[in-house]
Design a protein around this ligand. Structure first.
Ligand code: DCC
Length: 258
């Protein structure tokens, strides 16, 4: 069954993505991007205007729908198992999939562009932009991952397997990539809990290196929401919980328009 994410009110006809796609030449696209960035900066707004259908004045939290978003038809959901997944990753996936059956947990789909995450967005077609975590075309060489969200616990779990193109120290995952997964997991948890946010602060203690090809779990909880500030905590562990790879706290800021 397809699981899609919706984020609140539908975008008006002329959306950010319309402007990004319009014209299709670099100068226009760059100008559109600059104007969007400037607008976001002026409004103290957030990354997730770009990631989601949320627009100024709309309701905050996303919800995970079980309907097929029209835009996502035909787009591959990269959070589903593929041949590059290790048995450990597959086993964890099966475990969390089982937990989705009573509705407490939801699996989040994942596409290779941000726009394809936006249910009902009119924009489609080929684009240059790629979601940072999905920017490699070959299965297994980059990040293989799947996120599951538990609304009652305000908790996001991301099971992931880093591939050989993500090396830092010889044979091990680059620390920036670990940070990316923490940011994405904690940020995704914040988005699902309160709506669009920007990362303001991320503190990471790296405890042990992550072997490329191994399976890890980033486990994040929204601990407190204080006005626009969303405080999160995230731990990255090995697939069997025996080793802690990293511990982090993250501060995310809700849009000032919400
Ligand atoms: C769904 C699945 C898949 C989807 C997965 C999607 C997950 C997304 C994960 C990726 C996320 C990113 O990479 S985001 C990209 C990286 N981040 C950025 O580029 C953000 C750049 N920074 C900014 O744009 C801005 O500084 C903001 C938006 C963070 C804050 O600006 P602002 O909106 O004007 O708010 P401002 O008034 O400054 O601050 C509001 C309150 O927060 C406090 N505050 C602000 N910044 C900080 C800070 N660094 N440390 C402490 N506190 C801070 C202020 O003191 C204030 O407190 P008080 O006075 O109210 O008490």
């Amino acid at each position: 069954m397809y699981v899609g994410v919706t984020w609140g009110t539908r975008a008006p006809a002329k959306s950010t993505s319309d402007r990004l796609s319009a014209g299709g030449n670099d100068r226009h696209t760059s100008a559109a991007m600059l104007s969007i960035c400037a607008r976001h900066t002026r409004g103290g707004i957030y990354l997730c205007n770009y990631l989601t259908t949320q627009r100024a004045g709309g309701p905050a939290p996303c919800h995970v729908s079980t309907s097929q978003p029209s835009l996502s038809k035909g787009h591959r959901d990269y959070s589903l198992p593929n041949a590059s997944w290790s048995q450990n990753l597959q086993d964890l996936y099966n475990k969390y999939q089982e937990l989705t059956k009573n509705g407490d947990w939801k699996r989040l789909p994942s596409y290779n562009t941000s726009v394809h995450h936006r249910e009902g967005d009119p924009m489609d077609g080929e684009r240059e932009n790629r979601l940072f975590t999905r920017n490699l075309d070959k299965d297994g060489v980059g990040l293989e991952y799947c996120m599951f969200y538990n609304k009652a616990e305000k908790r996001m779990v991301c099971i992931f397997q880093p591939g050989p193109y993500l090396e830092g120290p010889p044979g091990f995952l680059h620390g920036g990539c670990t940070a990316t997964m923490i940011d994405s997991t904690a940020g995704g948890g914040a988005v699902c809990t309160v709506g669009p946010v920007f990362t303001a602060n991320l503190n990471i203690d790296y405890r042990n290196p992550i072997l490329l090809g191994s399976t890890a779990i980033a486990d994040s909880t929204v601990e407190k929401v204080d006005g626009r500030k969303v405080y999160t905590r995230c731990t990255v562990r090995g697939h069997d919980d025996k080793v802690v790879y990293a511990e982090a706290t993250g501060l995310f800021i809700k849009s000032s328009n919400l």
